[in-house]
Design a protein around this ligand. Structure first.
Ligand code: PXL
Length: 289
């Protein structure tokens, strides 16, 4: 079985674990070859830091795609995350249309914001465009803020102004609504069925089932955990796991990373201390789904 190959379309942030500094090690240890297309190069991530540098890579992306096309590269997965400009929405959508084969898994993490707010570099036009990009995905992995943006709702109204925050029925309805009538799978992150818990609510387009995965809540805000979640999920799906089992794997891994980060008293803005735990994700058998 050849090693599965993934095109990973995310920013590269030099400090503060997130995006490619998590995506590449996680997918690699899970036995997947990563081909990065960096959307931007930043000195740090944008959450919890000010004064960061930002080099927009928009011009470079179509050139990379053209070269890869001339090499007839094929990908078992295309996985996108943080984008650097509004134009990148169309560029990444074209990339998916050009490189998607019959068995390619397309994961769009519709990275836009958290805690009801867009990230510093995200404009309203980028958030509107993300909905179009996410429409091409087999699987999307929004948090609650991104779910609100995708549905064009106020974050505060999403779960009945917070009253339905831990309401399993409301969370189930939300992922089903995000599934575009069952055409795409959804793993909603930050979904808590009770205070003191957190996890994911998953709608699996292959089975039509909606299932929750829960763990103990550790700390907030944890930076870069959305990228850890979607990376582990993508790796596990490529290995043939069901959506629920892939999400459970991701939730358990983040829980373990969060616990060691908090136990050591590490600054939360630096991201979770995941590197010493990477071995847990290694699997001798990686099968293409
Ligand atoms: O984890 C999402 C993310 C990715 N990349 C950059 C970010 C963030 C969230 O803040 O700032 C640069």
């Amino acid at each position: 079985m050849p090693t599965p190959r993934a095109a990973v379309i995310h920013d590269l942030s030099g400090f503060g674990r997130c995006s490619l500094t998590e995506v590449i090690p996680i997918l690699s240890v899970m036995g997947i070859q990563c081909c990065p297309m960096p959307t931007a190069f930043l000195s740090t991530h944008t959450g919890g830091f000010t004064g960061f540098t930002f080099l927009d890579m928009t011009e470079e992306l179509p050139r990379v795609a053209e070269h890869w096309k001339s090499l007839h590269l094929q990908f078992q997965a295309i996985y996108s995350g943080f984008l650097g400009s509004e134009r990148q929405i169309g560029i990444v959508a074209d990339f998916i249309r050009q490189f998607r084969g019959p068995d390619t898994l397309v994961v769009v993490d519709p990275v836009m914001g958290d805690d009801g707010k867009a990230y510093q570099t995200y404009t309203p036009a980028m958030c509107a465009g993300m909905e179009r990009l996410a429409a091409l995905a087999d699987v999307i992995t929004p948090n609650l803020t991104e779910a609100a943006f995708l549905l064009g709702r106020e974050y505060g109204d999403l779960l009945d102004g917070g009253r339905a925050l831990h309401d399993e029925t409301a969370l189930r309805h939300l992922v089903e609504e995000l599934s575009l009538e069952g055409r795409r799978s959804v793993a909603l992150t930050g979904a808590a069925l009770a205070p003191g818990q957190t996890g994911a609510m998953c709608f699996d387009a292959r089975t039509g089932k909606t299932e929750a995965v829960q763990t103990e809540f550790v700390a907030h805000p944890l930076h870069g955990t959305g990228d850890v979640f979607a990376s582990v999920l993508t790796g596990a799906l490529l290995r043939g796991d069901s959506l629920r089992s892939a999400a459970a794997h991701a939730v358990d891994f983040i829980h373990a990373c969060a616990v060691r980060t908090v136990e050591q008293g590490l600054p939360l803005r630096e991201g979770v201390d995941f590197e010493p735990l990477l071995g847990r994700l290694a699997s001798p058998e990686v099968s293409h789904r």
